[in-house]
Design a protein around this ligand. Structure first.
Ligand SMILES: Cc1cc2nc3c(=O)[nH]c(=O)nc-3n(C[C@H](O)[C@H](O)[C@H](O)COP(=O)(O)OP(=O)(O)OC[C@H]3O[C@@H](n4cnc5c(N)ncnc54)[C@H](O)[C@@H]3O)c2cc1C
Length: 155
């Protein structure tokens, strides 16, 4: 980090570097508290592959709000609805976690894979459609999507 700041950013002297963990492991979060529901970073919903947390923060807030409305003042029903609703986000986080495992194991290979035109194409197209990472992974097996990708990359 020090070397990067000096060489790439032209910063002279760095006295102190401070860092903090992002909220991870949210695929294991199990709501149980009767008075508090955690969402976003507080629930550990940051994607461990790319560090994205905004989508999951907003989505988990929507799921909790919907659970409160549908739970109709029944706390246990609300917790149950929230747990079930969160599965959609947690499934995606687990998929990111599994991918991050090999991605960060050998960063040079992970980076090379991420920057391949075909990978970039799928990620950009998928995210801009509002798809989650696991949906992009699933849909990348769709042949018509591949054909379109190859055609677009060669344009
Ligand atoms: C450097 C950096 C870059 C990032 N880049 C991206 C990115 O490119 N894309 C992406 O998707 N995600 C990114 N993230 C992650 C993303 O910012 C977070 O996952 C997301 O903002 C989480 O939203 P949140 O509402 O859960 O928490 P926060 O956005 O942290 O909101 C929590 C709020 O609660 C307030 N608060 C705390 N304690 C109290 C208190 N006691 N009383 C009242 N208020 C309180 C805080 O001030 C804060 O405003 C990045 C994070 C960092 C740190």
């Amino acid at each position: 980090m020090r070397q990067y700041c000096i060489q790439k950013l032209g910063i002279g002297e760095i006295k102190e570097i401070a860092a903090h963990h992002t909220g991870l492991n949210g695929w294991q979060y199990q709501p149980y508290n009767k008075r508090v529901g955690l969402i976003g970073d507080a629930a550990g919903l940051v994607d461990p592959l790319l560090g994205e947390g905004i989508y999951n923060a907003v989505r988990s807030g929507q799921i909790l709000a919907q659970s409160i409305i549908e739970g109709k003042n029944d706390v246990l029903a609300t917790i149950s609805l929230f747990s079930k609703g969160l599965k959609e986000v947690q499934k995606d986080l687990l998929s990111c976690y599994k991918t991050s495992f090999w991605f960060y194991k050998i960063p040079a290979i992970g980076y090379a894979t991420l920057t391949l035109p075909i990978t970039r194409y799928f990620l950009m197209k998928g995210f801009s459609r509002g798809w989650t990472f696991s949906k992009i992974k699933t849909n990348s097996y769709n042949l018509s999507f591949w054909k379109r990708a190859i055609r677009d990359i060669h344009k």
